[in-house]
Design a protein around this ligand. Structure first.
Ligand SMILES: C[S@@+](CC[C@H](N)C(=O)[O-])C[C@H]1O[C@@H](n2cnc3c(N)ncnc32)[C@H](O)[C@@H]1O
Length: 451
């Protein structure tokens, strides 16, 4: 008997219970499960699809199941087994219903008993017979969008209040789609044109990024298995994330502070922009994470990065005032711009988390103003879509510090494709995931007022 289908579905079920009930990180646990179960490439792809798909559509699956399960009390693992089964029936055309029934029943018997197997079988067959309930029948537009795209109601409402229905709708739907892999060349090792040509020759479908002259969008092909990735000629980075260092206006020989730097995606990009001449002083609150920055710098053969542990809120005790040409605060944030790769975030965050984070972001940013040279530039970024952590935070800071302003040349230097987008405000740019099919990010650049 081929046990592989059970191995993949059983692994998917274990992961979903762990992530869904205990709040584990989806990307880390998925990696571990793949290694532990020795799955081949096809099963890895199926496991990823089932785990991410079920997590992404959790609310919609719950809505689909509700009329069939009603108020019956079921174990958590049975709930997740039903979710992953209905996900396959509704979203995966290549998996036939009879295979889903068979595997779900077998898993129910192995993990529970015959009574559970009968229940699961009954629910799934009733869904096949009667069909799932209609989403269009939900009258309230916020609730309809929340269920259809499986985002918490409070978050949909918050986004609609802050950005309007059209942007929110687009964003929620984009959050369910996969995003192309993007890489950043290490230009001191290999220039982008050469890398593009090499990858094309090797059968990849690649395109140059429109926001970074080091970026490449990999439309087809698995870069993780290619020597250019394994030999660290490039690194994986989202395009919005690449835009941060692009907007720092960096020149060689500068002294740059990266206050919240782990795992080092932007610190290494900054060092590359410096042509590895100058200094990148990189900190992170966690010592172990600061080590990751060092490791990434070593992999990419960058000498100009010095990473250490420190709380960014106390850096004025370590460094003298006006020490840096550029300071980056890529702040700890709610991560609402990266829901495509980390779907668990949307279920775990609550509105109060945002206010707590905004206080920390404010404190870090304010401390940094002392450390910047008179003619320096302070860059603030988050991978989130929320005004309290972004525009309103900058507005609050500028109200308190009347000798600071948003650097107007920042807007002139934005790539054309973004310069007239809906996310531009006087406080910076809010990139939505749908803008260039990348992560949601906020970026701005502050300077002291002249005169
Ligand atoms: C968004 S991540 C930074 C990502 C990084 N810049 C990159 O591009 O790879 C935010 C980082 O801030 C760190 N952090 C959180 N609170 C901090 C604090 N008070 N001081 C310094 N770092 C902090 C977190 O550990 C986390 O690694």
């Amino acid at each position: 008997m081929n046990t592989k289908p059970y191995a993949t579905r059983t692994a998917a079920l274990d992961l979903l219970v762990r992530i869904g009930e205990q709040g584990g990180y989806s990307h880390l646990l998925l990696d571990q499960a793949m290694q532990k179960n020795h799955l081949n490439a096809k099963d890895r792809a199926l496991l990823t699809e089932i785990v991410y798909g079920t997590l992404q559509y959790q609310f919609r699956l719950q809505y689909y199941l509700q009329p069939f399960v009603q108020k019956k009390k079921i174990d958590k693992w049975v709930k997740w087994l039903l979710y992953l089964s209905v996900y396959q029936m509704e979203f995966l055309e290549k998996v036939p219903d009879h295979a889903v029934f068979h595997q779900s029943v077998e898993i129910s018997k192995q993990r529970g008993h015959k009574g559970i197997a009968n229940f699961v079988n009954g629910v799934l067959r009733a869904i096949q017979r009667k069909g799932v309930p209609s989403i269009q029948a939900i009258e309230d537009p916020i609730k309809r969008l929340s269920i259809a795209t499986s985002h918490p109601g409070w978050l949909v409402k918050r986004w609609v209040d802050q950005f309007g229905m059209a942007i929110t709708e687009d964003m929620c739907h984009t959050n369910l789609q996969t995003k192309p892999m993007t890489i950043r060349t290490q230009p001191l090792k290999r220039n982008r044109d050469e890398l593009l040509q090499q990858l094309e020759r090797d059968g990849f479908h690649v395109e140059p990024s429109i926001v970074s002259n080091q970026g490449i969008v990999v439309k087809e092909g698995n870069i993780l298995h290619h020597s250019v990735f394994q030999n660290h000629l490039c690194t994986i980075q989202d395009e919005s994330s690449m835009l941060v260092a692009e907007m720092m206006d960096i020149e060689p020989n500068m002294t740059i502070l990266d206050a919240c730097s782990a795992p080092g995606g932007k610190a290494t990009h900054i060092a590359e922009k410096l042509q590895d001449r100058g200094e990148v002083i990189a900190y992170d609150l966690h010592g172990k994470k600061a080590k990751l920055v060092e490791q990434k710098a070593t992999e990419l053969s960058l000498q100009s990065i010095h990473a250490q542990q420190a709380d960014a809120r106390k850096l004025d005790e370590i460094h003298e005032a006006e020490s840096f040409d550029r300071i980056l605060v890529d702040a700890p944030c709610s991560g609402l711009g990266v829901l495509r790769s980390k779907p668990d975030i949307k279920y775990n965050k609550v509105a109060e988390d945002i206010s707590t984070l905004a206080d920390i972001q404010y404190e870090i940013l304010k401390k940094m103003t002392r450390l910047l040279k008179k003619d320096g530039k302070l860059i603030y970024s988050t991978c989130t879509v929320d005004k309290e952590e972004n525009e309103w935070l900058i507005a609050r800071l500028l109200q308190e510090l009347d000798d600071w302003e948003v650097d107007q040349s920042f807007f002139e230097q934005l790539p054309n494709v973004l310069s007239e987008g809906s996310g531009i405000s006087r406080y910076g740019i809010q990139m939505f995931p749908q803008d260039i099919n990348s992560d949601g990010f906020f970026i701005t650049r502050l300077v002291r007022t002249s005169g």
